[in-house]
Design a protein around this ligand. Sequence first.
Ligand code: LAC
Length: 222
Amino acid sequence: MKRDDILAFDLYGTLVDPIGISHALRELITEDSTAVAELWRATQIDYAFRLTIMESYEDFAWVTARALDFALEAFGQALSTKDRHLLIDEYNGLAPFQDVIPGLALLRSKGLRAIVLSNGSSSMIPECLKRSGLGPFFDTWISTDDVRAYKPQARVYRHAADVVHRPITDIWLISSNPFDVVGAARAGMKTAWLNRGGRPFDAIGAPPDVIVSTISDLTSAL
Ligand code: LAC
């Protein structure tokens, strides 16, 4: 990478763990809380894609709440209004993966410039960064709210380049979500896939420029 390239991090699934919500879910439901959390997350991504394809937009807080309703119904679960609100609030308190704080500290110690580029709404991202303790590692954050379309729409990545006043080719998108890596590459960014050990990389689009298994690995890989 060039010394002044910018690292744009995805948030959910890359820095904080959406499946960690299963701990809060476990207190409230009788079904397998990890399975519900996984369906919640998959539905959230699916709804975001579909809204964008339909040229419609509702923010990620709305999408996240509707995806929860679907996942609960699919498992035959019901929550009181109070518990539903509690759970949605907990979503803003997701914990970072273990490698994230040491990795970001290392990147910052090398003087690298990092931002967050997320589907999260303008209310969710700052709350998440505050409660996870990740805020100080980033110069700024950018929400898809600005362009009213979700990743991997190319407009989102181009908008990020506009915000930081840099050519899109000077930005690395770092994400555990293959659709995000593929979308960023298509829009012109360089990409690093953080392989968190789940499914294989996508079979469409460009392969990532770099593959790492922890954030710290980025310092030697880039
Ligand atoms: C995000 C989604 C991809 O943070 O999880 O943008």
